[in-house]
Design a protein around this ligand. Structure first.
Ligand code: DX5
Ligand code: ZN
Length: 216
């Protein structure tokens, strides 16, 4: 099965967002990756619920929503109403991670958990069977266009082992600094899904880059 590609709209043209949504609809991409930042958990503010609702009206593919916000449990229902299909929270923001995962699933969404570059995958040992997607950050969250942190390859390897040992079907998704070169190595290491922001939207031919990632 080919790798899942989730273009991050953080690098899209916000003045002509519909044009970029149509491009992703037309392309071979599988999901839309939406980055929600609160200026507290990460040193940047992106966009919020009203924008997600508008994107939902036009997108023909699932919305993969990445919450980089403190107390994400307060917004699970709101993001479900706005149209999230996969809702990912950061391990570092959840005191009661197990409860938050159940809350996400109770709304009928797929539950994702994201790890910052410094957070070891072993911390997921006791919840891995409950998680649909683990989103490994391969940059420090907050901005597009940063360079890939090499240690991520080892983390994919460790996570793959953890998933196999637990006999679960959790997908491994990677976010940050993905291009053809890092993407290839991630797929070889066992990644199931790749997020790509600047590599897609800063390219003169975004659709070709999506297609190229699909073919890795
Ligand atoms: C960063 C976001 C990413 C970002 C990736 O905090 O989570 O989704 O858009 O951008 P690139 O692909 O440019 O590293
Ligand atoms: Zn993201």
């Amino acid at each position: 099965m080919s790798v899942i590609v989730s273009p991050s709209l953080l690098s899209a043209d916000f003045l002509h967002l519909s044009k970029d949504i149509e491009m992703v609809n037309r392309s071979q991409a599988d999901w839309f990756h939406l980055d929600i930042m609160d200026g507290v958990f990460v040193p940047n503010i992106s966009y919020g619920l009203p924008v997600v609702s508008q994107i939902k009206k036009m997108a023909t593919k699932p919305l993969d929503v990445h919450l980089m916000i403190v107390q994400p449990e307060r917004y699970v229902e709101a993001f479900h109403k706005a149209g999230a299909d996969i809702l990912t929270v950061h391990y570092e923001t959840c005191t009661h991670l197990h409860r938050t995962i159940q809350q996400i699933k109770a709304q009928g969404m797929k539950a994702g958990v994201s790890l910052n570059p410094h957070t070891p995958v072993s911390l997921l040992e006791d919840v891995i069977e409950d998680i649909d997607v683990v989103l490994l950050m391969s940059v420090n969250p907050g901005f597009g266009g940063q360079s890939f942190i090499e240690q991520t390859i080892n983390k994919v390897d460790k996570l793959k082992k953890l998933i196999m040992e637990s006999n679960s079907h959790t997908l491994i998704e990677i976010d940050g600094g993905v291009n053809f070169e890092t993407g290839k190595r991630l797929v070889n290491a066992g990644a199931d899904a790749l997020v790509a922001g600047s590599f897609v939207f800063n390219s003169p031919d975004p659709e070709a880059n999506i297609k190229g990632l699909k073919e890795l």
